[in-house]
Design a protein around this ligand. Structure first.
Ligand SMILES: O=C(CO)[C@@H](O)[C@H](O)COP(=O)(O)O
Ligand SMILES: [Fe+2]
Length: 228
Protein backbone atom coordinates (compact mmCIF):
# COMPACT_ATOMS: atom_id res chain seq x y z
CA UNK A 1 0.00 0.00 0.00
CA UNK A 2 1.84 3.07 -1.25
CA UNK A 3 1.15 6.62 -0.16
CA UNK A 4 -0.52 9.18 -2.38
CA UNK A 5 -2.92 12.04 -1.83
CA UNK A 6 -5.36 11.42 -4.67
CA UNK A 7 -8.98 11.11 -3.59
CA UNK A 8 -9.83 7.57 -2.46
CA UNK A 9 -13.39 6.39 -1.86
CA UNK A 10 -13.84 3.90 0.97
CA UNK A 11 -17.40 2.56 1.14
CA UNK A 12 -18.44 1.53 4.66
CA UNK A 13 -20.02 -1.92 4.66
CA UNK A 14 -22.08 -0.83 7.66
CA UNK A 15 -24.63 0.16 5.00
CA UNK A 16 -24.34 -3.14 3.07
CA UNK A 17 -26.63 -6.17 3.25
CA UNK A 18 -25.46 -7.93 6.45
CA UNK A 19 -26.55 -11.31 5.04
CA UNK A 20 -24.33 -10.95 1.98
CA UNK A 21 -21.01 -9.28 2.85
CA UNK A 22 -18.81 -11.23 0.43
CA UNK A 23 -20.87 -10.32 -2.62
CA UNK A 24 -21.32 -6.73 -1.41
CA UNK A 25 -17.55 -6.24 -1.05
CA UNK A 26 -16.95 -7.71 -4.51
CA UNK A 27 -19.65 -5.46 -5.97
CA UNK A 28 -18.28 -2.20 -4.53
CA UNK A 29 -14.73 -3.05 -5.60
CA UNK A 30 -15.89 -3.94 -9.13
CA UNK A 31 -17.68 -0.59 -9.18
CA UNK A 32 -14.61 1.47 -8.31
CA UNK A 33 -14.14 1.48 -4.53
CA UNK A 34 -10.50 2.22 -3.65
CA UNK A 35 -10.61 0.92 -0.09
CA UNK A 36 -13.16 -1.09 1.94
CA UNK A 37 -14.06 0.45 5.32
CA UNK A 38 -15.09 -1.89 8.12
CA UNK A 39 -16.73 -0.44 11.26
CA UNK A 40 -16.04 -2.47 14.39
CA UNK A 41 -18.30 -1.44 17.31
CA UNK A 42 -18.38 -2.92 20.80
CA UNK A 43 -21.61 -1.64 22.41
CA UNK A 44 -19.44 0.07 25.03
CA UNK A 45 -17.25 2.73 23.41
CA UNK A 46 -20.19 3.37 21.06
CA UNK A 47 -23.85 2.45 21.56
CA UNK A 48 -23.95 -0.13 18.76
CA UNK A 49 -22.50 -3.59 18.08
CA UNK A 50 -21.24 -4.88 14.74
CA UNK A 51 -18.58 -7.52 14.23
CA UNK A 52 -15.24 -8.76 15.58
CA UNK A 53 -12.07 -10.47 14.36
CA UNK A 54 -13.69 -13.70 13.01
CA UNK A 55 -16.01 -11.72 10.74
CA UNK A 56 -13.19 -9.42 9.59
CA UNK A 57 -11.10 -12.51 8.80
CA UNK A 58 -13.99 -13.86 6.73
CA UNK A 59 -14.14 -10.58 4.74
CA UNK A 60 -10.42 -10.69 3.95
CA UNK A 61 -10.46 -13.02 0.91
CA UNK A 62 -13.09 -10.81 -0.72
CA UNK A 63 -11.12 -7.57 -0.30
CA UNK A 64 -8.64 -7.08 -3.14
CA UNK A 65 -7.94 -3.41 -2.40
CA UNK A 66 -7.23 -2.08 1.10
CA UNK A 67 -9.02 -3.42 4.18
CA UNK A 68 -9.48 -0.35 6.38
CA UNK A 69 -10.65 -1.38 9.86
CA UNK A 70 -12.12 1.36 12.08
CA UNK A 71 -12.18 0.22 15.69
CA UNK A 72 -14.84 1.84 17.86
CA UNK A 73 -13.91 -0.26 20.86
CA UNK A 74 -12.28 0.24 24.26
CA UNK A 75 -9.85 -1.10 25.23
CA UNK A 76 -7.97 -1.54 21.94
CA UNK A 77 -4.59 -3.04 22.82
CA UNK A 78 -5.74 -6.59 23.74
CA UNK A 79 -7.26 -6.97 20.25
CA UNK A 80 -4.51 -5.57 17.99
CA UNK A 81 -2.95 -8.94 17.20
CA UNK A 82 -6.37 -10.46 16.46
CA UNK A 83 -7.00 -7.80 13.79
CA UNK A 84 -3.52 -8.31 12.35
CA UNK A 85 -4.26 -12.04 12.13
CA UNK A 86 -7.62 -11.22 10.52
CA UNK A 87 -5.74 -9.40 7.76
CA UNK A 88 -6.40 -5.70 8.37
CA UNK A 89 -4.22 -3.42 6.24
CA UNK A 90 -5.05 -0.24 8.17
CA UNK A 91 -6.12 -0.43 11.81
CA UNK A 92 -7.56 2.75 13.31
CA UNK A 93 -8.13 3.29 17.03
CA UNK A 94 -9.90 6.24 18.63
CA UNK A 95 -7.78 8.63 20.67
CA UNK A 96 -10.70 8.79 23.13
CA UNK A 97 -10.57 4.99 23.66
CA UNK A 98 -7.77 5.06 26.22
CA UNK A 99 -4.89 7.00 27.74
CA UNK A 100 -2.09 5.29 25.82
CA UNK A 101 -2.60 6.09 22.14
CA UNK A 102 1.17 6.43 21.65
CA UNK A 103 1.66 2.83 22.77
CA UNK A 104 -1.34 1.67 20.74
CA UNK A 105 0.00 3.18 17.49
CA UNK A 106 3.42 1.62 18.09
CA UNK A 107 1.78 -1.76 18.69
CA UNK A 108 -0.32 -1.53 15.52
CA UNK A 109 2.77 -0.84 13.40
CA UNK A 110 4.74 -3.53 15.23
CA UNK A 111 1.98 -5.99 14.26
CA UNK A 112 2.60 -5.13 10.60
CA UNK A 113 -0.36 -2.83 9.87
CA UNK A 114 -0.69 0.84 8.98
CA UNK A 115 -1.67 2.77 12.10
CA UNK A 116 -4.66 5.10 12.18
CA UNK A 117 -5.94 7.41 14.89
CA UNK A 118 -9.54 8.65 14.90
CA UNK A 119 -10.86 11.87 16.46
CA UNK A 120 -14.43 12.38 17.58
CA UNK A 121 -16.05 15.71 16.63
CA UNK A 122 -15.35 17.15 20.09
CA UNK A 123 -11.63 16.32 20.05
CA UNK A 124 -9.25 19.04 18.78
CA UNK A 125 -6.58 18.54 16.10
CA UNK A 126 -3.89 19.29 18.67
CA UNK A 127 -4.64 16.01 20.47
CA UNK A 128 -2.59 14.16 17.80
CA UNK A 129 0.27 16.66 17.58
CA UNK A 130 2.75 14.35 19.33
CA UNK A 131 1.58 11.25 17.49
CA UNK A 132 2.18 12.35 13.90
CA UNK A 133 5.40 10.37 13.40
CA UNK A 134 3.66 7.18 14.56
CA UNK A 135 0.57 7.66 12.42
CA UNK A 136 -0.25 6.67 8.83
CA UNK A 137 -3.84 7.97 8.86
CA UNK A 138 -5.90 10.43 10.85
CA UNK A 139 -9.62 9.73 10.75
CA UNK A 140 -11.67 12.88 11.33
CA UNK A 141 -15.16 11.89 12.44
CA UNK A 142 -17.81 14.14 10.95
CA UNK A 143 -20.55 12.43 12.96
CA UNK A 144 -20.56 11.09 16.49
CA UNK A 145 -19.53 7.46 15.95
CA UNK A 146 -21.91 4.53 16.26
CA UNK A 147 -24.30 4.66 13.34
CA UNK A 148 -24.43 5.14 9.59
CA UNK A 149 -26.72 7.63 7.91
CA UNK A 150 -26.18 10.58 10.29
CA UNK A 151 -25.99 14.25 9.37
CA UNK A 152 -22.54 15.66 8.50
CA UNK A 153 -20.91 17.85 11.17
CA UNK A 154 -18.61 20.47 9.63
CA UNK A 155 -15.01 19.79 10.70
CA UNK A 156 -13.29 21.65 7.87
CA UNK A 157 -11.27 23.91 10.17
CA UNK A 158 -9.95 20.82 11.99
CA UNK A 159 -9.00 19.18 8.68
CA UNK A 160 -7.12 22.32 7.58
CA UNK A 161 -5.28 22.49 10.87
CA UNK A 162 -4.31 18.81 10.65
CA UNK A 163 -3.00 19.17 7.08
CA UNK A 164 -0.88 22.09 8.27
CA UNK A 165 0.43 20.10 11.26
CA UNK A 166 1.20 17.03 9.09
CA UNK A 167 3.39 19.06 6.70
CA UNK A 168 5.20 16.74 4.31
CA UNK A 169 4.72 13.55 6.34
CA UNK A 170 3.01 10.68 4.44
CA UNK A 171 -0.19 10.78 6.51
CA UNK A 172 -3.68 10.28 5.07
CA UNK A 173 -6.60 12.34 6.32
CA UNK A 174 -9.75 10.24 6.24
CA UNK A 175 -13.22 11.68 6.72
CA UNK A 176 -15.91 9.49 8.20
CA UNK A 177 -19.60 10.33 8.51
CA UNK A 178 -22.17 12.01 6.30
CA UNK A 179 -19.91 12.17 3.23
CA UNK A 180 -21.93 12.59 0.03
CA UNK A 181 -21.64 14.66 -3.17
CA UNK A 182 -22.62 17.81 -1.25
CA UNK A 183 -20.12 17.46 1.60
CA UNK A 184 -17.21 15.79 -0.28
CA UNK A 185 -16.00 19.06 -1.90
CA UNK A 186 -15.75 20.77 1.50
CA UNK A 187 -13.54 18.09 3.03
CA UNK A 188 -11.45 17.57 -0.10
CA UNK A 189 -10.73 21.29 -0.37
CA UNK A 190 -9.68 21.29 3.30
CA UNK A 191 -7.08 18.56 2.69
CA UNK A 192 -8.77 15.16 3.10
CA UNK A 193 -7.83 12.33 0.74
CA UNK A 194 -9.74 9.25 1.98
CA UNK A 195 -13.52 9.65 1.98
CA UNK A 196 -15.57 7.02 3.80
CA UNK A 197 -19.14 6.82 2.55
CA UNK A 198 -21.74 4.33 3.70
CA UNK A 199 -25.26 5.43 2.92
CA UNK A 200 -24.18 7.61 -0.02
CA UNK A 201 -22.63 4.59 -1.78
CA UNK A 202 -25.13 1.85 -0.94
CA UNK A 203 -28.32 3.89 -1.34
CA UNK A 204 -30.56 2.65 -4.13
CA UNK A 205 -28.25 -0.23 -5.14
CA UNK A 206 -27.86 -3.94 -4.42
CA UNK A 207 -25.67 -6.82 -5.56
CA UNK A 208 -28.26 -7.33 -8.32
CA UNK A 209 -28.05 -3.66 -9.30
CA UNK A 210 -24.37 -2.93 -8.67
CA UNK A 211 -24.26 -0.17 -11.29
CA UNK A 212 -25.97 2.10 -8.77
CA UNK A 213 -22.98 1.66 -6.45
CA UNK A 214 -20.74 2.68 -9.34
CA UNK A 215 -22.82 5.78 -10.06
CA UNK A 216 -22.79 6.71 -6.37
CA UNK A 217 -19.02 6.22 -6.02
CA UNK A 218 -18.36 8.28 -9.18
CA UNK A 219 -20.64 11.06 -7.90
CA UNK A 220 -18.74 11.38 -4.60
CA UNK A 221 -15.36 11.20 -6.33
CA UNK A 222 -16.26 13.76 -9.00
CA UNK A 223 -17.63 16.16 -6.40
CA UNK A 224 -14.45 15.85 -4.31
CA UNK A 225 -12.15 16.29 -7.30
CA UNK A 226 -14.11 19.32 -8.50
CA UNK A 227 -12.94 21.14 -5.37
CA UNK A 228 -9.21 20.50 -5.96
O1 LIG B 1 -17.77 4.91 11.57
C1 LIG B 1 -18.85 5.19 11.13
C2 LIG B 1 -20.00 5.52 12.02
O2 LIG B 1 -19.61 5.41 13.33
C3 LIG B 1 -18.99 5.32 9.67
O3 LIG B 1 -18.00 4.60 8.97
C4 LIG B 1 -20.34 5.20 9.04
O4 LIG B 1 -20.65 3.89 8.68
C5 LIG B 1 -20.43 6.07 7.83
O5 LIG B 1 -21.72 6.00 7.34
P1 LIG B 1 -22.38 7.22 6.53
O6 LIG B 1 -22.42 8.40 7.47
O7 LIG B 1 -21.52 7.45 5.34
O8 LIG B 1 -23.73 6.69 6.19
FE1 LIG C 1 -16.15 4.27 10.23
Amino acid sequence: MSFDRTIKIAPSILSADFANFGAEIQAIEAQGADWVHIDVMDGHFVPNLTFGPPAVKAFRPHVKTVMDVHLMIAPVDPYIQAYADAGADVLTAHIEAGPHSHRTLQAIRAAGMKAGIALNPGTPAEAVEHLLDLTDLICVMTVNPGFGGQKFIDMTSKIRRLRQMIGDRPVHIEIDGGVDPNTAPLVAAAGADVLVAGSAVFKGGSVDQPGVYGDNIRAVRAAANSAL
